[in-house]
Design a binder for this molecule. Structure first.
Ligand SMILES: *Cc1c(COP(=O)(O)O)cnc(C)c1O
Length: 397
């Protein structure tokens, strides 16, 4: 596919207008939307309003009059359609790691007779670390690797849909069915799914994910937690903070959980971060997710075709079997990525040898992908990565 064909595809792209809703620096092709989504244009104005008009003018009255107190639930309801959930099924707040702790702990309390937690050792480390911490706190639990494929006696299975390293997509329906058949509950981690593909959480018992990746809610944006309605009356939030209490402002001595999803709110909402998430959702409520997934598969396939066999493909070759990212291996992956970034093509690097490229269909076009691949091939052909300034590792890779 040549550059003119890519220009023609961009001209016909039904999602092309969304690109204008994002701020992208001149000369940058941003392939890191799977790590920190680009800034939506509307976010700065929305945050200015929250700071100046709500905080500045209403002061503490903002909790009542600007909707701050209800935000974990109201913003959760706005996010819910992106994961196939309904109103009253999602709260936003905290971080994905904390939501994992809440979900896994709640599942363990719903299966008190069982002592096995199944977790993917190859998952994004924080998921596995949180499980290890929880098992250590409780004592007497076995943490079993998902790769063993055994769910007998399991209380809960923690499953990430998309592998952060390779972009490989798990067979979520199959693992979920096997977990349920064995009597276990399942927690889905949707960090690399939400905003990249259609999701339907109705078969999950719990689901979590972050909003700063494809959703573009900003650095440190809150996470989401979904609890299936069938568990809402019985599931417990072990992080029983005051905002999950039935009557927080009664200041009672003992914890009494609120009804419904409110019991999963922990404490004071991150009002400024929630404003940025709310602004991003103004875009997402207009986005047809089927078109996002179709374009995502087309962009990743185009990149693979253009790079050809110059680098080893670490992602599945079948676009249906991967998320919205392509991972390539090179023994000198770190300096290669630094040389690319120096030429305006932003990807990232995951040790020991993986170059990661995320494809956010709302602000990336076919021509961008063409130019990114051409720059990568130039860096390799001319060995531009050998410049010694690319050898020194920065703290965040
Ligand atoms: C990005 C990501 C996280 C991030 O967790 P935080 O608590 O937000 O730092 C967790 N799990 C997975 C699978 C991720 O991809």
């Amino acid at each position: 596919m040549d550059r003119d064909q890519c220009l023609a595809l961009d001209a016909q792209d039904p999602l092309r207008a969304f690109k204008d809703e994002f701020v992208l620096p001149e000369g940058v092709i941003y392939l890191v939307g799977n790590s920190l989504g680009a800034l939506p244009r509307r976010t700065a104005e929305r945050m200015r309003r929250t700071v100046e008009e709500e905080w500045g003018e209403q002061l503490v009255g903002g909790w009542n009059h600007a909707g701050w107190y209800e935000q974990p639930l109201t913003v959760g309801d706005r996010l819910a359609p992106l994961i196939g959930a309904g109103p009253g099924q999602v709260v936003v707040g905290n971080t994905t790691s904390i939501a994992i702790f809440q979900a896994v702990a709640a599942a363990l309390r719903l299966r008190p007779e069982r002592r096995v937690i199944v977790s993917d050792a190859a998952n994004f480390p924080t998921d596995h670390y949180m499980v290890q911490g929880l098992a250590g706190l409780l004592g007497g639990y076995e943490v079993r690797d998902l790769a063993e494929g055994r769910f007998d006696d399991a209380a809960v299975v923690l499953l990430s849909e998309v592998d952060y390293r390779t972009g490989a997509r798990q067979d979520v329906p199959a693992v979920t069915a096997a977990a349920h058949a064995a009597g276990a509950l399942i927690v889905w981690d949707l960090c690399h799914s939400v905003g990249a593909m259609e999701v339907d959480v109705s078969d999950a018992d719990f689901a979590v994910g972050c909003t700063y990746k494809y959703l573009s809610a900003g650095p440190g944006a809150p996470a989401f937690l979904y609890v299936n309605p069938r568990h809402q009356a019985t599931a417990e939030n072990v992080l029983s903070g005051w905002h999950g209490h039935a009557a927080p402002f009664a200041f009672e001595t003992d914890f009494r959980p609120a009804d419904g999803m409110r019991r999963f709110v922990v404490s004071t909402p991150h009002v400024l971060s929630l404003a940025a998430l709310d602004a991003a959702l103004d875009i997402w409520e207009r986005v047809p997710m089927a078109q996002v997934r179709a374009k995502s598969m087309a962009l990743t396939s185009l990149f693979v075709d253009l790079v050809g066999d110059r680098l080893e493909l670490a992602s599945p070759a079948d676009p249906a079997a991967r998320g919205s990212q392509i991972s390539l291996r090179h023994p000198e992956g770190y300096p290669v990525m630094r040389a690319l970034i120096d030429r305006g093509v932003h990807g990232d690097f995951r040790a020991p040898d993986t170059l990661r490229f995320g494809f956010a269909p709302l602000y990336l076009g076919y021509t961008d992908v063409h130019d990114a691949a051409a720059t990568l091939l130039e860096v390799l052909d001319k060995e531009l990565w050998r410049d010694e300034k690319y050898a020194v590792r920065l703290a965040v890779t």
